[in-house]
Design a protein around this ligand. Structure first.
Ligand code: ATP
Length: 312
C-alpha cells in the first residue's frame, strides 16, 4: 500500500551557543582574515527557531535581545534559508522564521550562527530535502565561520577561519557560568584591536595546545580551567576595560578558570559542579560588577529538530 507523507507546515529546531575554550589567532592571510585554531564547546544556551511555510519571506524575533536582531534580509537566519532554497532549487520556498532568542547578541557566543544552523536543519526538514551532513556543513561554512560548529555541536577543533572542524577526544560534562554584558562587542572591531596590539610582531602559526587536549581527554575541569586561553581577550579587555573586574571577581569567588568568550564581551567561568556554578552565579550577582549572569552545561548537541513537524 502506498502511504503519502504529508509535508510539514512548520518545523522547530534549537541550536546551541558556543564557548571557545581555546582561541589562537594566527597571521593574516592574503584574504584579509586571520588563520585561527580554536577549540569550540557547545553549551546549553539555546535559540529556538521555527520555520513556517508562507507566501512571503519574513523574520521575527522574541525574547530580551529582540531589539538588537535585524528583521530583514540581513538576518543570518533569512540568509541561511534563502541560500538553501537557491542551492536546492526549492520552488515556492518562502518561509516565515520565528527566533526565540536566548543567546546574547554580539556576545561572542555565536548567536547569529546558531540561528543560521537552526534554519538549515529546519528547512531541510520542512522541504523534505534529506541532505547529507557534509553538504549541510558546506552550506553552513558559506554563511559564516561559526555556523558549521553550531550544526555539529559537542567539542571540536576549528581551523581555517574556524569553519574546518575536526573531532576532539573528550570526556566529562563541564559547568559554566556566563557573565553577560548588556551591550555587545563587534567581532571586526576586536580583530582590528588585535591587529593594532600585534603590529610589528611575528605571529606564530596557530595550533591546538597539548595542555588543552590533555585536559579534555582527562575530563578534569581543573585542568581545563588552567588551560583556557584566548588571544582575543586582551583586545576585548582594551575595548571594554570593565571586563577585567568581572574576570577578577569570578576568579576571586572560586572559578576554576575564566576567559572572555570569543570576541567578547561575555565572560565564561568554569566551575567544578552544578552547585559550584550556582554559588558563583549568586556571588557574581551580589558583587554588582556584572550586568547579568547565567549558567549552562557543555558539551551539548548541535542544531536539532525539537518539535515534531506540524502537518497540514
Ligand atoms: P561570534 O561569536 O560568532 O563572533 P557573536 O555571538 O559575537 O558572534 P552575533 O550574536 O552572531 O555575534 O551577532 C553579530 C551581529 O550579527 C549582530 O550585531 C547582528 O546585527 C547581526 N545578526 C544577523 N542575524 C542575526 C541573528 N539571527 N541573531 C543575532 N544577530 C544577528
Amino acid at each position: 500500500m502506498n502511504t503519502v507523507t504529508p509535508s510539514p507546515r512548520s518545523v522547530t529546531v534549537r541550536a546551541p551557543a558556543k564557548v571557545n575554550c581555546e582561541l589562537r589567532v594566527g597571521p593574516m592571510g592574503s584574504d584579509g582574515f586571520h588563520e585561527l585554531s580554536t577549540v569550540f564547546m557547545a553549551v546549553g544556551l539555546f535559540d529556538e527557531v521555527t520555520v513556517t511555510r508562507s507566501d512571503r519571506w519574513s523574520v521575527t524575533t522574541t525574547g530580551p535581545y529582540a531589539a538588537h536582531v535585524p528583521d530583514g534580509d540581513d538576518n543570518l537566519a533569512v540568509r541561511a534559508a534563502r541560500l538553501l532554497a537557491r542551492h536546492m532549487r526549492v520552488p515556492r520556498a518562502a518561509v516565515s522564521i520565528r527566533i526565540d532568542k536566548v543567546i546574547p547578541v554580539a556576545g561572542g557566543m555565536a548567536g547569529g550562527s546558531a540561528d543560521a544552523a537552526a534554519v538549515l536543519v529546519a528547512c531541510d526538514h520542512l522541504w523534505g530535502l534529506r541532505m547529507d551532513r557534509e553538504e549541510l556543513l558546506y552550506l553552513a561554512a558559506e554563511l559564516g565561520s561559526d555556523v558549521p560548529f553550531c550544526l555539529a555541536g559537542g567539542i571540536a577543533i576549528g581551523s581555517g577561519r574556524g569553519e574546518r572542524l575536526a573531532p576532539v577526544l573528550a570526556r566529562g560534562t563541564y559547568h559554566w557560568v556566563f557573565a553577560l554584558s548588556s551591550e555587545g562587542l563587534s567581532t571586526p572591531s576586536v580583530f582590528a584591536e588585535f591587529d593594532r596590539q600585534t603590529a610589528g610582531s611575528r605571529i606564530p602559526q596557530p595550533e591546538p595546545s597539548p595542555a588543552m587536549m590533555t585536559a579534555l581527554r582527562s575530563g578534569d575541569p581543573e585542568a581545563l580551567g588552567d588551560a583556557l586561553i584566548n588571544d582575543l581577550q586582551e583586545p576585548a579587555l582594551s575595548l571594554r576595560p570593565g571586563l577585567r573586574a568581572v574576570l577578577d571577581a569570578g576568579m576571586e569567588f572560586g572559578a576554576l578558570g575564566g576567559i572572555v568568550s570569543g570576541s567578547g564581551p561575555t565572560v565564561a567561568f568554569l566551575t567544578g559542579s552544578s552547585e559550584h556554578a550556582l554559588d558563583l552565579c549568586v556571588a557574581l550577582t551580589a558583587s554588582g560588577v556584572v550586568d547579568q549572569v547565567t549558567r549552562a552545561k557543555g558539551p551539548v548537541h548541535g542544531a536539532q529538530v525539537l518539535a515534531g513537524p506540524s502537518r497540514d
